[in-house]
Ligand binder design. Structure first.
Ligand code: 0RQ
Length: 509
């Protein structure tokens, strides 16, 4: 068995997860690895949760600030949320227990653009980062770290924290070594220079993370797999959404607005995203590339089929089968995939330069094209904005997708006004539901409204939307973005009151 911890200075710090967790100061800020479940620490957070729980039993409650790359896993967010051990969480989560705590008001959550996190910490906007808790695949003789299945904010955590705890996960393939590209050229304003990346799979940095051995207080060997969600086969609605998008891309190529190999793709995670990738894998476009944050099964399949020639991301989100395929063929994938810090994978400068096609899912859109990605009925967080805003605002094409209705048809995902705005009308060019696609480029608000209602809304809500819009057009003082102020959020209010946005309570005259 290959020795994963080759540097003597680190070897002397090997200890159990419980011993490591005991070294984390109460109330401190901990920067953890992890991005959509990949590369998160697996043992120390649970040990910390046990410590918090034991203290709680003695009447003493302490919490930590928890900063990550993006979402982690049940043994991190879930375990710490369960014992109410988090006072501040940023920048993204998707764990059911953590979501519940946030929506109950127990956890303060800063939902922010993923590309902003590292620089805000460097700027000092969030105060001091005390501890970095990072999963790595190995430690080289000179103390450099082989990153794990995500890079996230690890470079920043290792540089900024006073204390470092490393989990060395022996289950992560050693073939990861060489897949990463850690760019150390970022400066702080006013000393910034252009980032020298002009193709999605350019390498501009180093394959390993630097780490000051003097800061390392614990090294914990672990053996657990990343959180891998089983792959659900695409449903009919997702396939229809994918179909509309592929038709749209074909038309853009015909009109000379996209090259035949399209432009670098960014794709969110989830059912619809996987269906779109499957559609592209069976579609007519060749030599595709990706400049995205998460590699999911669909992208691995495209690399395998040769449809996609290279991809840049910061982490993985794979099914168990996807992970097996990745491990079995890691030498092939290492050639094609570059994993970067998320400040690079999601960098506005790079997204704008490369002309990325951004495809993200949404919760709801309104008739003017404002998009809500994060909040249910205006007040409850779902996950967070993640990287969708980094990509949407700076993309060549900004696409948002959803089914036209949710909760068995009781919620229309096209509404008079969104109950929370993540992506304003200025950042949204294309809306797609299973009903169709609305190409909003070059359209003014009233034109957008007609197109969105006609092409994207669910049939059971379309007449209601048309009727609302016509009345708004007539009664609203301003005729630029007509709105009935007393009614714009009444659909959401009706859902809260009756369990449906449909007008069941209306009594026939
Ligand atoms: O609820 O899980 O209770 O059934 O929302 O909806 O249709 O399964 O779609 O899994 O793609 O999630 C926007 C949340 C969509 C996600 C969002 C309910 C619906 C269901 C999930 P249930 P679906 P998805 C890359 C880019 C922000 C981050 C981002 C997301 C649940 O894509 O978090 O884009 N995006 N990152 O029933 C109330 C509505 C609803 C609704 C759907 N209008 N009102 N509930 N739902 N529409 C990744 C990263 O950044 C890391």
């Amino acid at each position: 068995e290959y020795d994963r911890i080759q540097c003597p200075a680190f070897k002397s710090k090997i200890m159990s997860a419980d011993a490591a967790a005991a070294l984390i100061p109460e109330g401190c800020n901990v920067g953890m690895s992890g991005f959509t479940g990949s590369g998160a620490p697996k043992e120390v957070p649970m040990a910390l949760a046990r410590r918090i729980e034991a203290q709680l039993a003695q009447g003493h409650h302490f919490k930590i600030g928890m900063w990550t790359g993006a979402s982690t896993g049940p043994e991190i967010d879930g375990a710490l949320a369960k014992v109410n051990g988090i006072n501040m969480r940023l920048p993204y989560q998707s764990d059911p227990t953590s979501r519940e705590r946030i929506n109950q008001g127990d956890i303060n959550y800063i939902d922010m653009h993923l590309s902003h996190v590292a620089q805000y910490v460097w700027f000092g906007f969030f105060g001091k980062l005390n501890v970095a808790l990072i999963e790595v695949a190995g430690i080289l003789p000179d103390g450099r770290l082989i990153p794990s299945t995500s890079v996230g904010n690890n470079k920043t955590w290792l540089d900024q924290a006073d204390l470092v705890i490393l989990e060395v996960n022996e289950r992560q393939p050693l073939g990861l070594a060489g897949m990463h590209d850690v760019y150390y050229g970022t400066q702080l304003p006013p000393h910034r220079v252009p980032i020298p990346l002009v193709h999605p799979h350019d390498r501009i940095g180093e394959p390993y993370l630097r780490c000051d051995p003097a800061k390392v207080i614990a090294v914990v060997p672990t053996h657990k797999a990343d959180r891998n969600s089983p792959f659900k086969p695409a449903d009919a609605d997702s396939e229809q959404i994918a179909g509309h998008l592929i038709d749209f891309f074909k038309s853009e190529v015909r009109h000379g607005r996209l090259p035949k190999s399209l432009l670098p793709l960014q794709s969110g995670v989830g059912n619809i995203a996987n269906a779109v990738l499957a559609g592209l894998n069976n579609g007519p476009f060749e030599n595709l590339t990706a400049f995205t944050e998460v590699m999911q099964d669909g992208m691995l399949a495209m690399l395998r089929s040769g449809k996609m020639v290279g991809a840049s991301a910061t982490g993985f989100s794979l099914s168990p089968e996807g992970e097996q395929d990745f491990v079995d063929n890691i030498d092939f994938y290492r050639d094609k995939i570059v994993l970067r810090p998320q400040e690079m994978s999601n960098h506005p400068e790079l997204i704008r330069r490369l002309g990325v096609i951004a495809m993200n899912a949404m919760i709801e859109a309104d008739i003017y094209g404002n998009v809500n990605s994060t909040h249910v009925m205006g007040s409850s967080i779902m996950n967070g904005i993640g990287g969708s805003g980094d990509f949407a605002r700076n993309a060549y094409l900004s696409i948002f997708m959803a089914k036209s209705s949710a909760r068995g048809g009781d919620i229309s995902c096209i509404v008079p006004a969104v109950s929370h705005v993540d992506h304003t009308e200025h950042d949204v060019q294309i809306l797609v539901t299973e009903r169709g696609l609305a190409d909003l480029r070059g359209l003014a608000p009233k034109q957008r409204a007609r197109l969105i209602i006609d092409n994207c809304s669910a049939p059971e809500y379309r007449p209601m939307l048309q009727e609302y819009f016509e009345r708004a057009l007539h009664h609203s003082r301003g005729k630029h973005t007509p709105m009935l102020l007393d009614e714009a959020l009444s659909w959401h209010a009706r859902f809260e009151r009756t369990g449906s946005m449909k007008v069941r309570e209306a009594v026939a005259a």
